[in-house]
Every structure is written in structure tokens, then in C-alpha cells.
Design a protein around this ligand. Structure first.
Ligand code: AMP
Length: 692
């Protein structure tokens, strides 16, 4: 039988682990008994040497050496040349993984085929794909890639009592910082949220020591330290940093450019020099906890992972934030490989079921049952007015993995029969194309004959390894379309900075906001509704959109007929007040909406906001239906004690009704504005599941 292993493919060190016959995980040593394999490749020999010997060669000044390449995984521009051959980060990682495979096979005396490989939680789609490719090229069947903090928590959970815990995994390695919030309940683990900084790690702390002493040296001797000495200086700075983890002060020798000096650095000075780096980790940590809607009192412990968590300043920061000392019991250098080994050995979890790994010692294993997506994934679309490009998000950050989301897009077929739709897969949190990273170009073809508008459903599927699959269906024919992947062309992202070619040729949109002004809206509800309305208007392109405003309670008041004048709309929103139309709930806005919208030009929308039950609901429903029949798209938004069933009946379809809470009103309105702007007016099919 072949063995399954877990691999921590680290920036500085890698490790391979498996579950022993007794069910206990163990890290597999190399030929000299070392558990950590430096992620370093030396090409001084043929074949190349990987691991400890390569690191020694590097320390001896050998230049034909590659190190720290993991941070370039998935980046096609990173290419190193050795012995007249080019190597990208995937090639170099393949060599490290092949070394780990050979090491495991030698130790276990049998073939090792299947592996779970870990990557930083912050790794994106191309980086994860590159890790999988490297694993396959090294001869593994890659079961999946999982995030390093997730693996660490699995390792921790393996030793924990099976009671619910919410844990923060703070992972500060050599080159990356990741923070994740995980919840372990019995033998089940869910990742509640994750964030990080791909370019922040122990090396930055080293860099601060280097700049500090470099400055002292230049001041004292009036000379700069040359680039040839940079690596030596860096290695000594790292050594000093390690000393300062154990002692209050240490010193560093600088014997460069014909001068020699020894500078003493105290821990206090070192901490001063690097405070902002620590602050950045603190800020990201706070954000993850806040985004999960948790307070620190709900966090049961903090798992420190990565060599840099040995710095006292990190441990103090974590303890101060969380009120807990960092948890022990898991070796910070081994936890990731051990967690990966447990995950590999216990197989693919059923989506909702539990699979319990029990060692012969009777200990309960933790199964990862839910991970989350680290970045929102979207595509570039034109807005409805065609005035600009927007990043239209399909899969939101922090959604559980695996995730599958689809959105409809309007697509205009040309009559020459060669229709081609370009989908640019983006990663980014805002709707601005310039804030996105571009992960791929997907070309959609196979449209049937015909001209004019059609609706294409684009679906993104994000699998348990963090790899995205894109598919597309033509709604008119219900046929799946052909999707091929391509490299992102060089004119992207600049292409999306300008106006779309058809800009200015689109039709007009008229939107009415109808707000409940009954007594229960007094105070915060009205203030929030006004804020949401301002945000909505801010999202609309008033060069092609007219907006009107209606208030209703016992009477109906058209506060502003549809206009493109931003000032007039803003003043009307400010003028909304409880009492101006009475305090009860006898009136409804649908007759006024009908009168004002039935002959309005272009697409017509009514967005009705309600916070309570309306009188004579049965009488209102046919009045709303009259609007629907006239082609007025009605959306309803409810909060507080609004009646969900009723709200869904007054909307054009149940999917165009959503129930939210007061604090998410602005978000809901902003989202709707964006969706209208993207020309999805008649097709807001996924409104409820995504935003309610
Ligand atoms: P990792 O990527 O998890 O192997 O972490 C490597 C980073 O941890 C490097 O920046 C090391 O300098 C740092 N590191 C290892 N040991 C210590 C220590 N005792 N004190 C401070 N940093 C350390």
C-alpha cells in the first residue's frame, strides 16, 4: 500500500509528515535526522541538490543557488537561469517536493503517492494552481492544497479535548503573514475568516536591523556597504534578531569596505525599529475578528505558527489583543506538516458530514469541514449605461469552500456569427477594475445564431484546493457554452481604465425609491434609510439615470419626481421626515409609482422600503401586480417587523425581495444600485441568497 503524506511547502523550510501505524502524526526526518528541509536548491552540482546541503552551499557564498522562490509561485515573470536552463518558481518547488517524496520513501520503505500540500491562506488562485502543478510534477497525486493556518489548527485540534473552541491562528513566517479564525466543534472544524499580507514576514524585521546598522556604519566611516556584502549582513541581522528573542540585547559585527565595527542593539531598540510591522499584523488580526462579527471574549485561544512568532514582541502583542497567552503543545515549525498529514490520512471530508480519525490511542482527530475563500472573485463587466467598466463580484471573500456562484450578464450578439465573450477573472474587493488583480482570461464561444441581447449565466466554482473553474450558459438556448482559458493580454488592466467602446449609446433608466415613513421609522431607522438612499444615488450614473422619491404612511407624498439633478435628489432625501404623511400604515405607494413610471423612458424600477406591516395588504398586492404587468420592475426591501411573505408578493418576483437589518441597509441599496448599473435589472435572480 502506498503511504499518504502531508507537506508543508515553506518559504524558508519545508517538512513532510505522515500518520504512523499507531495513528500518531510524525514528521519524517531527512537522511541526517533533520526534520526541517531548507527550501533551497543548489545548482552547483548536477543533478541539483535540495535542502540542508544547498543551504550550506548558499552560506558559503555559492551563487548558483535558488531560495525563497515560494513567494513567486504562479508568477510567470519570475524566472531564474542556472546551467543554461530557465527555472520558474513551480520548477524549483517541484525539486523541493521531489526531495521530500524521496526522503519519505526512504524513511518509510515504501512508495509515497498521495499528498496534501499546504500554502499560505493568502495564496491566490494561480499560486495554488502552481503548488498543485509542482506536486504533480514531483510525482504526487495531490489530494488538495490547504491553508497553512488551517493545517496548524488541525494539528492543534488533534491534541485537543473535543469541545467547541474558537481559535485565532496567527502565522508569521519568514516572508508571509496569515491570520485565520477557526472554530472547532468536536471533530469538526470551520474556518470563519482569514486575511493576511503576502509580503510581510520575518525578513522585514531583518531588513530593519540592516538599515539601522547600515546607517550607523555609513555615518561612522563615510562609506556604503557594497551589494556583495548584502547577503552576509542580512544573515548576521537575522542572527541578531534570533538572539534578541532570547536576550535583552545582542550585537552585530560589520567588517565591510575595509572597516570593522560592532554595534550593540537592545531588544527595546529593535522593537522600536519594527513597531509598525507588528502594528500591521495587529490591524489585520483585529480586522479578521471584526469581520467575523466576534468580540475578543469569544476567542478561546491563539495558535502561534511560523518562526517569527518566537519574537517576544509578537507573543506580547497576541496576548494583549486576545487576553490569552499563545497556546502551546504544538511545535510551531512542525504543526503545519502534521496538520496536513492528518488531513491527508483522514481523506476528503463529506461536505456536511463528519469523518473522525481515531488513532489507536483513541484520540479524536479534527476534520476540516469548512474553509473560506480569502479574496473576492469577480469579472469585468460594463455598467448598464455603458459609461464605465466595473468589477462585478461573483464569489465573495470569506464564503465557505467549496463555493459555486453564478450571475447573469447581458451580452450583445453580433450578426456575423463569430461571437466571443471575454471573461476576465479578477480578484479584488471593490468594484473598481483598477483595484483588481487579473487571474485569467476566459474566452466564451459557441453561441447559437442570432443577433441582439441575450443573457449569459457565468458561473465560478471554487474547489477545495482553491482552484477556480469558469463555466457559462446561454439562457436563451439553455446550452452550456465553450470556455477556454488564456493568458491575460498585456493591455489589461489599462483596457478597463477608459470608457467602453459603446459608451453613451445605452438607454435611460428611471428609478423611484419609495420609503415607509410610518411612526416606527422615527430616529435611527429613518437616518439609516437616508444614508442608504444617498449611497444609492452615489452609485448611479445620473447622466443616464433619473431618480424619484416617494414617502408613504397614512398618505403618499411624491417628494421628488424623477430627475437627473443630484442636488434635488439629495435635498429630497434630507427632507424625508416621519409625520409628514401621518404616522400609521394605511397608504401604499404603488398607484403613485404606476402613475410616475408607466410612461417613463427606458428601464423602470421601483424600490420599496418597509419596516412594518401594512394595513390591507390584500388590497395592495393587486396594485403592485399592475406595476409588474406594466413592466415596472419592483424590488422590495424589508427590515424590523416587515412581513417577508407580503414583501415577496409586492416584488416582481420573490427573488427581487430581500429582508435585511437596519445596519445593512446601505450595503443592500449600494448592491442594488450596482446591479442596476450592470444592466441586470430584469435578472436580479440571486438577490435574496446573496444579500438577505
Ligand atoms: P518559517 O517561514 O515559519 O520557517 O519562519 C522563518 C522566519 O522565522 C525567519 O524570518 C526566521 O528568522 C524567523 N525565526 C526563526 N526563529 C526565530 C527566533 N528565535 N526569533 C525570531 N525569529 C525567528
Amino acid at each position: 500500500m502506498t503511504e499518504v503524506v502531508g507537506i508543508d511547502l515553506g518559504t524558508t523550510y519545508s517538512a513532510v509528515a505522515h500518520l504512523g501505524d499507531d495513528g500518531n502524526p510524525e514528521v519524517i526526518p531527512d537522511e541526517a535526522g533533520r526534520l526541517l528541509v531548507p527550501s533551497v536548491v543548489s545548482f552547483a552540482n548536477d543533478p541539483p541538490v535540495v535542502g540542508a546541503l544547498a543551504k550550506i552551499a548558499q552560506a558559503d557564498g555559492e551563487t548558483e543557488v535558488a531560495a525563497a522562490f515560494k513567494r513567486h509561485l504562479g508568477d510567470p515573470r519570475f524566472v531564474l537561469s542556472f546551467r543554461d536552463q530557465e527555472f520558474d518558481a513551480t520548477d524549483l518547488s517541484t525539486l523541493v517536493l521531489a526531495k521530500l517524496k524521496a526522503q519519505a520513501e526512504a524513511f518509510l520503505g515504501k512508495r509515497v503517492k498521495r499528498a496534501v500540500i499546504t500554502v499560505p491562506a493568502y495564496f491566490t488562485h494561480p499560486e495554488r494552481t502552481a503548488a498543485i502543478t509542482a506536486g504533480r510534477r514531483a510525482g504526487f497525486e495531490v489530494l488538495r492544497v490547504i491553508s497553512e493556518p488551517t493545517a496548524a489548527a488541525i494539528a492543534y485540534g488533534f491534541r485537543a479535548a473535543p469541545q467547541q473552541r474558537t481559535l485565532l491562528v496567527y502565522d508569521l513566517g519568514g516572508g508571509t503573514f496569515d491570520v485565520s479564525l477557526v472554530r472547532i466543534t468536536g471533530d469538526e472544524m470551520r474556518v470563519l475568516g482569514t486575511d493576511g499580507d503576502h509580503r510581510l514576514g520575518g525578513a522585514d524585521w531583518d531588513g530593519r536591523i540592516v538599515s539601522h546598522v547600515h546607517h550607523l556604519f555609513a555615518e561612522e566611516f563615510g562609506v556604503e556597504i557594497g551589494v556583495d556584502d548584502a547577503l552576509t549582513l542580512l544573515a548576521r541581522a537575522e542572527q541578531l534578531k534570533h538572539t534578541l528573542s532570547a536576550r535583552q540585547q545582542g550585537d552585530i559585527l560589520l567588517d565591510f569596505a575595509g572597516h570593522t565595527a560592532r554595534y550593540q542593539v537592545t531588544r527595546e531598540k529593535f522593537e522600536d525599529l519594527t513597531r509598525d510591522l507588528l502594528d500591521r499584523t495587529e490591524q489585520l488580526t483585529r480586522q479578521v475578528v471584526a469581520d467575523a462579527g466576534l468580540g475578543w471574549d469569544r476567542i478561546d485561544g491563539v495558535i502561534p505558527i511560523g518562526g517569527s512568532t518566537r519574537m517576544p514582541m509578537v507573543r506580547e502583542c497576541v496576548a494583549r489583543l486576545s487576553g490569552h497567552q499563545p497556546l502551546g503543545g504544538v511545535h510551531p515549525d512542525q504543526a503545519v506538516a502534521i496538520g496536513a498529514a492528518i488531513d491527508a490520512a483522514t481523506g476528503t471530508p463529506a461536505p456536511h458530514g463528519l469523518a473522525v480519525a481515531e488513532g489507536s490511542g483513541g484520540r479524536v482527530g479534527i476534520r476540516l469541514t469548512q474553509d473560506v475563500i480569502a479574496h473576492s472573485l469577480g469579472m469585468i463587466a460594463e455598467n448598464a449605461t455603458g459609461s464605465r467598466y466595473v468589477n462585478s463580484v461573483l464569489i465573495r471573500k470569506n464564503l465557505p469552500i467549496p463555493a459555486r456562484e453564478s450571475r447573469p450578464y447581458q451580452f450583445h450578439l453580433q450578426d456575423n456569427g463569430e461571437n466571443l465573450l471575454e471573461v476576465f477573472l479578477t480578484q479584488g474587493e471593490t468594484d473598481h477594475p483598477e483595484d483588481c488583480a487579473y487571474l485569467g482570461r476566459y474566452v466564451v464561444t459557441g453561441f447559437g445564431p442570432g443577433t441582439g441581447g441575450t443573457v449569459v449565466d457565468i458561473e465560478y466554482a471554487y474547489d477545495s484546493s482553491g482552484v477556480v473553474q469558469v463555466s457559462a450558459t446561454d439562457r436563451t438556448t439553455t446550452r452550456p457554452l465553450l470556455v477556454t482559458v488564456d493568458a491575460v493580454p498585456p493591455d489589461v488592466p489599462e483596457r478597463f481604465a477608459g470608457r467602453p467602446s459603446g459608451a453613451g449609446k445605452r438607454g435611460h433608466t428611471t428609478v423611484y425609491l419609495a420609503f415607509d415613513l410610518s411612526g416606527s421609522m422615527a430616529g435611527d431607522p429613518l437616518a439609516e434609510a437616508q444614508r442608504a438612499a444617498h449611497a444609492f444615488v452615489g452609485q448611479c450614473d445620473l447622466s443616464n439615470t433619473s431618480i424619484g422619491l416617494i414617502g408613504f404612511s397614512d398618505r403618499v407624498l411624491v417628494c421628488q419626481t424623477a430627475t437627473q439633478n443630484a442636488g434635488a435628489i439629495g435635498r429630497a432625501i434630507e427632507g424625508l421626515d416621519v409625520g409628514t404623511t401621518g404616522y400609521g400604515n394605511r397608504a401604499h405607494p404603488f398607484d403613485a409609482l404606476y402613475d410616475d413610471l408607466v410612461d417613463a423612458p427606458g428601464a423602470r424600477y421601483a424600490i420599496v422600503l418597509a419596516d412594518g406591516r401594512w394595513a390591507e395588504q390584500d388590497r395592495v398586492i393587486p396594485r403592485a401586480a399592475r406595476c409588474h404587468t406594466a413592466g415596472i420592475e419592483c424590488l422590495s426591501i424589508g427590515f424590523g417587523s416587515a412581513d417577508r411573505e407580503f414583501l415577496s408578493r409586492i416584488a416582481s418576483s420573490s427573488e427581487q425581495s430581500l429582508f435585511t437589518d437596519l445596519h445593512r441597509l446601505t450595503e443592500s441599496f449600494t448592491t442594488i444600485a450596482r446591479e442596476l448599473a450592470e444592466g441586470r435589472g430584469g435578472h436580479i435572480r440571486d438577490l435574496t441568497p446573496r444579500y438577505a
